[in-house]
Design a protein around this ligand. Structure first.
Ligand code: GSH
Length: 360
């Protein structure tokens, strides 16, 4: 049998080589890739929570458009899993999910947008890493999606696993863990790859679809989103290999603990609601009649948990009534793009990692 390396590289054209060379030359060094030269501390001082309240709107940094996570619908309303976390914060603060302004950010510019105060929070496929937590000056409020990096190829290439990508061109976005993991993986697996580094998701996809890359690499959730939006999803295969850990979650500026706490406990509230069977359909009724003290505390009838966070005690009741629990948010946004709960199942399910500390 002919080695896969040759069969993959056969798909390369001389034109593709030119594009790779040009893109490499033009690539801006990735911010997250520069641990030796940490970015400056955040430019913003003062309380984010106070600033948000005074403004009356949350400014949420999202992606530029990824099905299931953050994408404007036909009426121009942003929808998706990451968007629902922004809406949940607005509900906790004002019981109004519309009080959010969405700012699309590429992977490359997102951290500057948060550091400079252009956005209050990034709710946007962002992986929890040590350097982002420390030298970039941020805090990950929660891990709301456990992910890992994978590869997508055209089915017609007949590639079965990542090792067969030896010699392939691979489309990737700069400023991402994706770009770093790809290089690490290639080194470790002694596989030669040629990255094609393009900043904007849509340009990257256009390059992949035009055959300028043999494969596309990003978080598996992103691959599912991209594949679902292809003209013929079935023409593309997500390979079984997962080459990294990508714990994704909402990111805020370091040193703003009240805001961090609020975002963190919204996530825990969504997880706890699922654990206790509280849904958008039954929350009101459970408030009235469920005897379990946990349920009564989450829904704000007893204890003062909302007030401890600086919001109304009905914060979780309002969030769950409007958006549902974590499972409902997952099902509404991510099940349609082909994602399964997997590691994002509750801890009460074998293999599930989603776990919330006690509401008391
Ligand atoms: N999780 C990785 C990758 C994040 C990332 O930006 N992924 C891309 C590919 S799915 C994305 O979300 N793009 C959306 C966009 O650029 O609008 C990271 O934090 O570095």
């Amino acid at each position: 049998m002919m080695p896969m390396r040759r069969s993959v590289t056969k798909t390369l054209s001389a034109y593709a080589f030119g594009v790779v060379a040009t893109l490499f030359a033009a690539a801006v060094p990735a911010q997250a890739q520069a641990p030796a030269a940490p970015a400056a501390a955040p430019a913003v001082t003062g309380s984010t929570l106070d600033a948000i309240r005074a403004r009356g709107t949350l400014i949420c940094g999202v992606g530029t458009g990824l099905a299931g996570f953050a994408l404007p619908d036909s009426q121009g309303n942003w929808r998706g899993f990451d968007v629902d976390y922004c809406r949940a914060i607005a509900i906790a603060l004002w019981n109004d999910p519309t009080k959010v302004r969405y700012v699309p950010t590429t992977a490359q510019v997102r951290f500057t947008a948060l550091q400079s105060g252009e956005v209050d929070i990034l709710s946007r496929n962002t992986t929890f890493t040590l350097s982002r937590d420390t030298s970039l000056g941020f805090d990950f409020a929660a891990i709301n999606f456990y992910d890992g990096q994978g590869f997508m190829v055209k089915r017609s290439l007949n590639v079965q696993n990542a090792r067969q990508l030896d010699g392939a061109t691979i489309c990737v976005q700069p400023g991402t863990t994706t770009e770093q993991n790809l290089a690490d993986w290639a080194r470790g697996a002694r596989v030669q790859i040629r990255p094609v580094v393009i900043e904007r998701l849509e340009d990257n996809l256009a390059a992949y679809n035009a055959g300028r890359c043999d494969a596309y690499t990003t978080d598996v959730s992103g691959l599912a989103a991209i594949r679902s939006a292809q003209a013929n999803p079935n023409d593309h295969v997500i390979l079984p290999d997962v080459i990294s850990k990508e714990p994704l979650g909402p990111l805020v500026r370091h040193g703003d603990q009240r805001f961090t706490d609020l975002v963190r406990w919204i996530h825990f509230g969504l997880i706890s609601a699922e654990e206790f069977g509280i849904t958008s359909a039954n929350a009101q009724q459970m408030l009235a009649s469920d005897p379990r003290p946990d349920v009564q505390r989450i829904l704000g009838r007893t204890a003062e948990l909302g007030r401890m966070l600086g919001v109304d005690n009905a914060w979780m009741l309002n969030i769950i009534r409007t958006l549902g629990n974590y499972g409902e948010i997952f099902e509404r946004n991510l099940t349609p793009i082909g994602l399964q709960r997997g590691r994002n199942a509750l801890w009460t399910t074998p293999g599930g990692l989603q776990y919330a500390p006690p509401f008391r």
